[in-house]
Design a binder for this molecule. Structure first.
Ligand SMILES: Cc1cc2nc3c(=O)[nH]c(=O)nc-3n(C[C@H](O)[C@H](O)[C@H](O)COP(=O)(O)OP(=O)(O)OC[C@H]3O[C@@H](n4cnc5c(N)ncnc54)[C@H](O)[C@@H]3O)c2cc1C
Length: 489
């Protein structure tokens, strides 16, 4: 099978029965039909359909190296600058579709799988079979255009002690309890898997919490499992799709779920790493997976910042506030944000080079800068929307009201400088769903945390940055000043 259509994505979901608890019920039929998930499933389906649209086909797909059929561009192993540009264009085309609010579109982890699959020698440090496994798995995902998600973090029971000493000294985090000819048996939980219930595959990859000691061995692994594997359960948060008056929530609520492994058997061919804490800690960096994931992330966050600029500009225009200097200052702040993202991504691409496995890889420093910077500044975006919109974010009757007995009042009293009443309400409802609603709150949390704790990322950045040249420069200045000072009388 080549790049899927939306219908093919839904048909596959219809054939599976993952164990999913949501809003107090266990889903009995297809997840694609459940009211809490149907909206986001259709939005994901629309992305697969884009792969077949005439204007986007050449951006979103390339020729499979094994079949010659079109497959998703995010699977393409970049070998030169045009390949990287094509990958970014594909990321951006998908991200624009949801105003950058869908974080777990397939291209995010396809990028990781692409980099991992090329790093066979690195996996061979543990076992050559692992390199073969990850390569074969990547090819399966590419050729079947499967949607994967990942789960990394152990349950948040007690962060002060290691994974084996949680409440009452018990292990809560997913860990290996047995190995036999059939594979590895895993028991315990992982904190979160966004879109787990509507994905085809779950990547259970290392978190960055391992201390590298022998105690960590049962928690040290990387494997993939199908989302309806026996013993695997997803427990979802309350859904945020409250219907058509939530323009974003009704379409893009990427369900987040706790993942329970109730003695899940992972066949050997799906195991990519086992029992090497030090290799697990280096999983994303040594393979360049983190760089290619960040390349995708920056395309999405660019789409998001651009969408905020469009929305804020329309709001300012609609209610005639653009002449106020603080409004201009805030708009300029968002323009600067976009310019910074453009600059960092282009710098990363301009300084790209093949990694040790021959994958043409963007430069890490600019992307790492974006990864450390955007989670913090992203919090300003909804804040600015709230500042612009003020009470207008609450004067948002529903479409039912606009078509019902309140129609005339809405047309008269909610019109704005540039928009008729119902259109202004639609614009401000979008603004509300990006800045005030439950969907907006979850977006903020996602943007801040999804790529890791910014505090710990900052610590890692500090550790990885050689500051000696800067210190030497200041020392040398001080010496020059001192040497030039006249001797005291
Ligand atoms: C909306 C959303 C979706 C997500 N989706 C996924 C997903 O699909 N898959 C997945 O694997 N993960 C997902 N995550 C999890 C994400 O990776 C984590 O939130 C992030 O790594 C932080 O870890 P934590 O949430 O366990 O926070 P914790 O580690 O529990 O931290 C809680 C607080 O304690 C502080 N703290 C804890 N330990 C330390 C320490 N050692 N040093 C300094 N400070 C510390 C933190 O700074 C923070 O303030 C998602 C998160 C969110 C919010």
């Amino acid at each position: 099978m080549a790049a899927r259509t939306g219908r093919e994505y839904i048909e596959r979901l219809d054939q599976t029965r993952p164990t999913v608890d949501i809003n107090g019920e266990r889903i009995a039929g297809s997840v694609a039909d459940h009211p809490a998930l149907a909206g986001v499933v259709r939005s994901y389906a629309a992305l697969y359909d884009l792969q077949h649209e005439t204007e986007l086909r050449d951006v979103l797909t390339y020729e499979s190296p094994t079949t010659g059929e079109p497959v998703g561009t995010s699977f393409m192993v970049p070998r030169d600058p045009p390949d990287l540009l094509k990958r970014r264009a594909a990321f951006k085309a998908w991200a624009d579709h949801s105003l950058g609010t869908l974080g777990r579109t397939g291209d995010y982890l396809n990028s990781a799988l692409m980099a991992l699959s090329e790093a066979g020698e690195w996996f061979a440090q543990a076992d050559p079979k692992f390199g073969d496994n990850v390569r074969a798995y990547y090819e399966t995902v590419r050729e079947q255009d499967l949607l994967t998600t990942h789960t990394l973090i152990p349950p948040q029971a007690n962060r002060a002690v290691g994974p084996g000493q949680q409440i009452d000294g018990r292990a809560l985090g997913a860990h290996v309890v047995a190995e036999d000819d059939a594979g590895v048996t895993v028991r315990g939980a992982r904190m979160l898997a966004t879109i787990g219930p509507i994905a085809d595959e779950l990547l259970v990859f290392p978190s960055t919490l391992l201390k590298g000691t022998a105690d960590d061995a049962p928690y040290s692994f990387a494997f993939a499992i199908n989302c309806d594997a026996p013993g695997l359960r997803f427990i979802c948060r309350e859904n945020l799709d409250y219907g058509r008056d939530h323009p974003l929530g009704a379409r893009f609520d990427e369900v987040d779920a706790v993942v329970v492994f109730d003695d899940v058997l992972v066949p050997w061919e799906r195991v990519f790493m086992l029992g090497h804490p030090e290799l697990c800690n280096a999983f994303y960096t040594d393979t360049s997976a983190v760089v290619h994931m960040t390349h995708q992330v920056t395309a999405r966050t660019t789409a998001k910042a651009e969408s905020f600029l469009g929305l804020l500009s329309l709001m300012a225009e609609a209610i005639g506030i653009e002449q106020f200097s603080h409004i201009q200052e805030d708009l300029a702040e968002v323009i600067t944000m976009i310019g910074t993202l453009h600059g960092l991504v282009r710098a990363a691409e301009a300084d790209a080079a093949p990694n040790q496995y021959g994958v043409f890889t963007p430069a890490w420093e600019p992307l790492n800068t974006a990864r450390n910077w955007f989670p913090r500044v992203s919090q300003r975006l909804p804040e600015i929307v709230r500042k612009f919109g003020a009470s207008g974010l609450m004067a948002v009757p529903t479409e039912g009201d606009a078509a019902g007995s309140a129609r005339e009042d809405i047309e008269r009293y909610l019109q704005s400088a540039t928009l008729p009443g119902p259109e202004r309400v639609r614009l401000f409802r979008l603004a509300w769903d990006l800045s005030v609603s439950g969907f907006a709150g979850r977006q903020n949390l996602y943007e801040y945390y999804f790529f890791g704790d910014p505090v710990r990322m900052a610590g890692a950045l500090l550790k990885a940055t050689d500051r000696e040249p800067y210190k030497a420069s200041v020392r040398s200045f001080l010496k020059r000043v001192n040497d030039a000072a006249p001797a005291s009388a």
